[in-house]
Design a protein around this ligand. Structure first.
Ligand SMILES: [Zn+2]
Length: 262
C-alpha cells in the first residue's frame, strides 16, 4: 500500500528535449494536439502536455515512422493504423504507442471519458476476434493483440488514478509499490482513522456517509492533480496521486462494507 517514487532515464531525456525547445523535432512528428493549441498558453505547458510522446519519452515506439501494410505493402496512412485503407486488412498492433493516441484522446488528465468510451466501443466492434474466426491465423492473431491493447489502453485511461500514474510514467516517473514515498504522518493518521470508521460502521448510512466524503475528496484531488500537471509540477502531482491511491482504497473498502449490509 505504500508507494515509492523513482525517476527513469526517460525524465533525463525529456529534460533534454525541453532544453532544446523541441527544435530538433520534425514538424510532422507533432501530434494533432499541437495544432489545436489555443494561443496564449505558456511555452512550458505546451512542451509538457503536447510534446509528442513517441519522439522523446521512454516509451518510445518506432511506430511514428510510416509503415507499410503487411498484406498489400501499401503505405499506411495513419499511426496507429488498425486497418489498411487499401486492402482493409487488420494490421499488427503498434506496441509502445501512447494509450492517448490509440484512444484518440487529448493528452490531458481531464480526459473526455465519454469520448473515450465511444472510441473504445467503436474500435472493439471492428477489432473483436469474433469477426476474424474465418480469417487467416495471422489476422486472428492481430485481432487478438489489437483488441487486448485497446482494452488495456481503455482501462488505464478510464480511471483518474491509473490515468494519472500512466501520465507520470510517460513523463519518466514511477510509483512503485513497496515503500513509503514520504507521505506525511498526519495524512496517514487521518487515513487510518477513516479506515477504522469504515470497519466500525454500524449502518449502511454510516458507511454511505464516509463514501460520500471520500468521493468528494477524490473529486477535489482530481482538480488539484490536473492543476499540478498543467503547471508542470510533476512532484506535486505525484504526491497528490499517492493521496488519491489511499482514498481510492477507502472507496473500495466502503463498497465492500455496503455489500455486507445487503
Ligand atoms: Zn493493405
Amino acid at each position: 500500500m505504500f508507494l515509492r517514487i523513482g525517476r527513469s532515464s526517460g525524465a533525463v531525456l525529456l529534460s533534454r528535449c525541453l532544453l532544446t525547445g523541441g527544435l530538433s523535432v520534425p514538424k510532422a512528428a507533432w501530434s494533432r494536439n499541437v495544432t489545436a493549441l489555443a494561443v496564449g498558453r505558456t511555452r512550458r505547458r505546451r512542451e509538457l502536455f503536447y510534446y509528442p510522446n513517441e519522439v522523446c519519452f521512454r516509451n518510445c515506439s518506432t511506430s511514428q515512422a510510416k509503415m507499410n501494410c503487411w498484406n498489400c505493402k501499401q503505405l499506411l496512412d495513419s499511426v496507429p493504423a488498425f486497418f489498411c485503407n487499401s486492402c482493409k486488412t487488420i494490421q499488427p498492433p503498434a506496441e509502445g504507442e501512447s494509450y492517448f493516441k490509440i484512444m484518440d484522446c487529448d493528452y490531458t488528465f481531464t480526459v473526455d471519458t465519454q469520448k473515450l468510451q465511444r472510441r473504445y466501443l467503436h474500435l472493439q466492434r471492428f477489432l473483436h476476434p469474433d469477426n476474424f474466426s474465418q480469417r487467416s491465423a495471422k489476422e486472428r492473431e492481430y485481432s487478438e493483440s489489437q483488441s487486448a491493447l485497446v482494452n488495456r489502453a481503455y482501462k488505464t485511461l478510464l480511471k483518474p488514478l491509473s490515468r494519472g500514474l500512466y501520465m507520470l510514467e510517460l513523463e519518466g516517473m514511477h510509483l512503485e509499490e513497496g515503500t513509503d514515498s514520504g507521505t506525511d504522518s498526519a495524512f496517514l493518521m487521518r487515513l487510518m482513522e477513516i479506515n477504522e470508521a469504515v470497519d466500525e460502521a454500524q449502518t449502511p448510512e454510516d458507511a454511505e456517509e464516509i463514501g460520500r466524503d471520500t468521493r468528494g475528496k477524490l473529486a477535489d484531488l482530481t482538480g488539484q492533480i490536473d492543476a499540478a500537471l498543467h503547471k508542470g509540477e510533476l512532484h506535486a502531482a505525484k504526491a497528490l496521486l499517492v493521496q488519491m491511491k489511499y482514498y481510492a482504497n477507502i472507496e473500495e473498502k466502503v463498497k465492500g462494507k455496503l455489500s455486507e449490509f445487503m
